[in-house]
Design a protein around this ligand. Sequence first.
Ligand code: SF4
Length: 359
Amino acid sequence: MTNPFAPELLAWYEQVAAELPWRGSDDAYRVWLSEIMLQQTQVETVKPYYARFLAAYPTVEALAAAPLDDVLKQWEGLGYYSRARYLHRAAQVVVSDYGGRFPATADELQKLPGIGRYTAGAVASIAFGARAPVLDGNVIRVFSRLLDLPDDVTLPATRTKLWQTAEDWLPETRVGDYNQSLMDLGRLICKPRAPLCGGCPVRAHCLAFQRGTQHQRPVKTPRAETPHYDVTAGLIWNERGQLLIAQRPLDGLLGGLWEFPGGKQEPGETRTECLKRELREELAIEVSVGDLYARVRHAFTHFKITLHAYTCRYVSGEPQALGVRAWAWVMPDALDAYSFGKADRQVIAEMRARRAMLL
Ligand code: SF4
């Protein structure tokens, strides 16, 4: 099937292509890094991380050789930490199994850890010029409007249909530019709430624009209400003025990050009971739980938490890594050497603000 709008889209792209630090490079390592960082994350947020990450790990070999803890530290604040773990693992596979050269096809790229169909298509087309489609949230929105699609785009059957459309519409040449122009169109013009149809290079081909339905596309079933959990954390001090921190297991949410130990409050349990139980289960220690020190709200993709951090005094038991990967007693000034998730970093910020007031 011939693409009805590629010439206009590519002409627009040549004039307005966003000046982005990862553009203009066909180095697969850089393209891959930028695509992983851009998943679920705004361009402006990614820019400084991308620059710092490349300075720290200029090649896939450098990334593969780095300790995971250092990689997580570089990633700190960017969120969705499984991306950093997969990035590190994929770099090691590229070095060990592919001699440090990324495979050039979307099918081969998808065999690497953390690379799904979208990222594989983006890297294959941008870095290697392969005829591979991309379909992410931006492209889904653009396509559903171009086609004036009444189907629910959250359904797997609709996704399959849209992937087929993405494949059918691939131009014969300049596929990397075409894919990037689709991403830019979704981000800059065909915006979720207020599409800028007046300045859209493909409006002559857009059924939703012609029918005035662009605000009703894409069709999505509303998500069920996001669950909320109460989570406790202990700020456990020893008599040397050190705080106990624990590293989360590698698999799972915030894997490999450090935290103030604690866990989710179970039904029928008070927060004090919850904290004592979690500390026994994860570290085999006893503490006395004192005052509430800070309360932080945080939203993950599929749920929200309120983190209740309590001041605790260490009572007994040599810590053991039962439900955690590692543990450490650290002076408050040394916390920056460890990678923490956002909620715990807010607790640390609160700690520093209070200390600054006392000085
Ligand atoms: Fe999106 Fe409007 Fe362009 Fe259609 S005309 S693709 S709705 S910006």
